[in-house]
Design a protein around this ligand. Sequence first.
Ligand SMILES: C[S@@+](CC[C@H](N)C(=O)[O-])C[C@H]1O[C@@H](n2cnc3c(N)ncnc32)[C@H](O)[C@@H]1O
Length: 208
Amino acid sequence: MMSRTEKLWAKQDQHQGDRLRLFSAVATEVDASTVLYPGSFVDVAPSFVFPSVVYVDNDRRAEQFFADDGGVEEIIAANTIDQRARSVTFIPADYQTDLELADQSFDLLISLYAGFISEHCSRYLRVGGSLLVNSSHGDVAMASIDPQFRLVAVVNATGGTYRVQTSALDTYLVPKKPQSITAETLHRLGRGIAYTKSPFAYIFRRLG
Ligand SMILES: C[S@@+](CC[C@H](N)C(=O)[O-])C[C@H]1O[C@@H](n2cnc3c(N)ncnc32)[C@H](O)[C@@H]1O
């Protein structure tokens, strides 16, 4: 019989290996040892690729999932692309609060479908580090108006394959309708801006 941890992972990994393929593609562009993933729910796939990951979520089910160290370790061991020792930490918290992590201590910050993470957690990302972000909750638009971030790549998805592209970046982040984008309008909208091109995700570099 499947444990609760296995069931939660099976549900998360419905498109089998999808997130492994995503994070493997990201690792071709981003050299990261330390990763922060606020709003992770039970998406433990970054640990298949990156050696040290801190997950943050305020959902009880995520807390229960990560509390099962052995179950999580098994999932990682079954999927990891190398057998290096892994560090997996879970913080049961609202990422808008102080996470008691050192400023600038992470190489990669992940923001997928979980709100305005760049606004609240960029302080933990080192200068020169990367923000992987998708547009669904408006965080790409938020990062695009934040002067500390510069777009350095997009991640395109075709038929379950992810490819990182670093060229023609000026053809991305072009709104379909001309509009002024401010933090206030994004908070009010609570969702992303419709752009002329829709890659799966974007990679920004923290400049300062
Ligand atoms: C739609 S799920 C996305 C999960 C995962 N990032 C993925 O792509 O599969 C959004 C997750 O963000 C978490 N979340 C949303 N707001 C949060 C907050 N302020 N602090 C911590 N977690 C939050 C929710 O609890 C939920 O687990």
